[in-house]
Design a binder for this molecule. Structure first.
Ligand SMILES: [Fe+2]
Ligand SMILES: [Fe+2]
Length: 171
């Protein structure tokens, strides 16, 4: 091994120890960061005054929201819904229902012309739906996750979540 490659090797292992792999994070930290991102995009979308910016922001919302929701259903909602407690089953089913409503609103918004009253109204409804959904999810679903899954399991869920997101294609 040459000097350069041994230096690279050492640098890599030191950096690896300092900066944990993304997959070692708790899934709730990943979900939190993604919720913040989507909520910020939706806030900007409803405040935007130009068609060009609205189009761009809507596209960013789609790219962020669709993979997040699909992966969340697979890695979080399904295991929560499979728990024996009725409250968990209801929380899981509520999550699925709200995702379906958000998805239908997003599809409708995608067909509208930016910077029209209809587009602005639909964007406002989507923002309100997501704000409500995130608030309840972070309270109810996350309480179920914390209660029923160990930190090791939540790290595994994070790896599964990131992998599931990669399988989602957004048109
Ligand atoms: Fe979420
Ligand atoms: Fe969700």
């Amino acid at each position: 091994m040459g000097v350069r490659s041994s230096i690279e090797q050492v640098t890599k292992s030191v950096m690896g120890a300092l900066v944990p792999e993304q997959g070692e994070k708790d899934i709730l930290d990943t979900l939190q960061a993604e919720h913040d991102e989507v909520q910020d995009l939706l806030k900007r979308l409803t405040q935007s005054e130009t068609a060009r910016e609205q189009k761009s922001l809507l596209n960013q919302v789609k790219q962020a929201l669709v993979p997040h929701s699909k992966a969340e259903e697979e890695v979080v909602y399904l295991p929560i819904s499979a728990l024996s407690e009725e409250k968990a089953k209801i929380d899981g089913a509520e999550g699925f229902t709200e995702h379906a409503l958000a998805s239908a609103t997003l599809m409708q918004l995608d067909k509208l012309t930016p910077n029209t009253p209809e587009f602005k109204a639909s964007a406002k409804v989507l923002k309100e739906l997501i704000d409500h959904h995130v608030e309840e999810e972070e309270r109810n679903i996350w309480a179920q996750v914390k209660e029923n899954f160990s930190s090791e399991q939540r790290e595994q869920m994070n790896r599964d979540f990131l992998a599931a997101k990669k399988r989602v294609t957004v048109s």
